[in-house]
Design a protein around this ligand. Sequence first.
Ligand SMILES: C[S@@+](CC[C@H](N)C(=O)[O-])C[C@H]1O[C@@H](n2cnc3c(N)ncnc32)[C@H](O)[C@@H]1O
Length: 318
Amino acid sequence: MFPDSVYQKLEGELSRFGRKELQEASHRITQAYRLDENSSELFKDPVVQAAYLAVRMPATFACLSTVMASLSKDHKTFLDLGAGPATGYGVLKILGFSFQKAVFHEQCGSLFKRGYGLWSDKGLDYTQTLHTTPIMPSTSLPDSDLVLMGFFLGELSPSLRTSFLQKAWSACQRTLVIVEPGTPDRFRLLKQDREQLIQQGGHVLAPCPHEGRCPMADSDWCHFSVKVDRTSLHRSIKQVTHPYELEKYSYLVMSKEPVNHRNTARLVRTPFKKTGHLVLDLCTQAGLGRRIVSKKDKTCYKKARKYVWGDLIEEKNI
Ligand SMILES: C[S@@+](CC[C@H](N)C(=O)[O-])C[C@H]1O[C@@H](n2cnc3c(N)ncnc32)[C@H](O)[C@@H]1O
């Protein structure tokens, strides 16, 4: 998933630390995530930074890549809040974005620089600013075409979250992307973010194919999953044997411009394959719905067999 050059640099970076200390640091990251702790103290430790690059960055990279793959490449200014090890920058670089200006806010400057070094090869062809003072409600943010908050908002208290969201939305000139771990609690917060931004005139670009009330039941949560291959180094540091992990995430992409959803539907579960038909669970403009695609309908069935959880589908095809 990462280009070979990035893996090589990553291995070089990790070789500066002992395997045992990386394993312990990886364990500390897992514990902190389980307890939903703010990562500010944790990330001050260089071994934890290195372990994050090895075991968490591939997963956040995979989620951000999936979410941002469908964005238009003509966003020219980028603002990344809680940029961590420059994961968002790496994703956009691989996706082929080119910026005139990028502003990064990451309170742990050494983590950012450690990660950024993996992606940058040539001299900068854009203006870059890194702010390492923690963002506060009073921090002024520059107007930017694309604003990203990847696995960041969840680090804030609920009251700070509302004001940070407001700030990010004011700075956003075109597209705001929020990605969070795919847990019920984080989804509930994201659902509130969605309401807050719609009330402020925002338009939902994804994942919802509409701007109506979120139809997800309180007992359920809208989330997606991405397969993350584990390298042998990753497995060794995490002390696991399985060759991949499934990273769950929830997300929201909001636009300042009206969005034409046409007649599309989002696949909110993995399609069930039954004898003679496929079952698709969808979020549509009319709410949540189930479609059965029969094998007898050859054209639709042929297309539907290729659908995966998270796909946006034209309703005429089902
Ligand atoms: C879970 S990491 C995610 C990093 C990155 N966006 C990614 O997707 O890999 C969250 C980051 O937010 C940073 N952070 C948390 N609160 C912050 C604040 N108030 N100002 C700046 N950075 C902050 C942390 O230092 C951490 O690096």
